[in-house]
Design a binder for this molecule. Structure first.
Ligand code: ATP
Length: 230
């Protein structure tokens, strides 16, 4: 469904992503794993035209390489950014509304988001900045879902969260997959990501150094030791 070929992201002389290729099939959860500075965020930013990049991107058979960020969202690619990036002074519901800005389908979709995260409904009038880290992450995922993605991309949703909250978030990702959303999950938490993923790519200093079926990677002692710190 989504094929990213020869993605290159440079910041001046810093080569953050060095000609990588990967794909996501419909209904899959695919992880891109790697440590700090591996190039994970740059990969997502390059894909979504947030930073300058060179690539060939095919989505549902269409060449979208030259599309702007907004056009890519309209096609069904939505990014849930690192560090939640909620609007702290806006209420929970106002934050969700921002996520439907491009689609304008607010009243219909918000019901689904509240079903997914009932806590957001309970707190809909509360300022987003007053939520806990886990609740803010739920809000960030909910806001991305308001854009009605076919492909949901998440940048380190487990960052700074207690293990039990990470489990809640990852369980929601599994639910979303079951409802037909394809997921590209960028994470440092290799173990938890691989457990919910179909396939994974391992990124190191801008290169893909290993890839495969998630279960196989989880059982590969060499890969686990060399790249995953498991
Ligand atoms: P993290 O987990 O810390 O977010 P990451 O895997 O997402 O790491 P990137 O943020 O994509 O990695 O960074 C990849 C490389 O590009 C790093 O060496 C980083 O220092 C560099 N980099 C990222 N953004 C910029 C920028 N705006 N200008 C210059 N270099 C940058």
């Amino acid at each position: 469904m989504l094929k990213v070929n020869n993605l290159i992201v440079n910041y001046g002389h810093v080569k953050a992503v060095k000609n990588i290729s990967f794909e996501l099939n419909k209904g899959e959860i695919v992880s891109i794993l790697g440590s700090n500075g591996a190039g994970k965020t740059s990969t997502l930013f390059g894909m979504m035209s947030i930073v300058k990049s060179s690539s060939n991107i095919e989505f549902k058979g269409k060449d979208i390489s030259k599309y702007s960020s907004v056009q890519k969202v309209k096609e069904g690619l939505v990014l849930c950014p690192e560090n939640r990036r909620v609007f702290p002074e806006l209420s929970v519901e106002e934050n969700l509304k921002m996520g439907s800005f491009i689609r304008g389908n607010y009243s219909k979709v918000i019901k689904d988001v509240y079903d997914l995260f009932p806590i957001l409904k309970d707190r809909k009038r509360q300022a987003a900045g007053s939520l806990s880290g886990g609740e803010q992450q739920m809000l960030a995922v909910g806001r991305a879902m308001m854009g009605e993605p076919e492909v949901l991309m998440l940048d380190e949703p487990s960052l700074g969260l207690a293990p039990v909250i990470t489990d809640d978030i990852f369980n929601v990702l599994k639910e979303l997959k079951n409802s037909g959303v394809s997921i590209l999950l960028v994470e440092q938490n290799a173990l938890k990501s691989l457990r919910i993923s179909d396939r994974a790519y391992i990124l190191e200093t801008g290169n893909i150094v290993a890839q495969g079926i998630a279960k196989d990677l989880l059982n590969d002692e060499k890969v686990k030791k060399a790249y995953l710190g498991i």
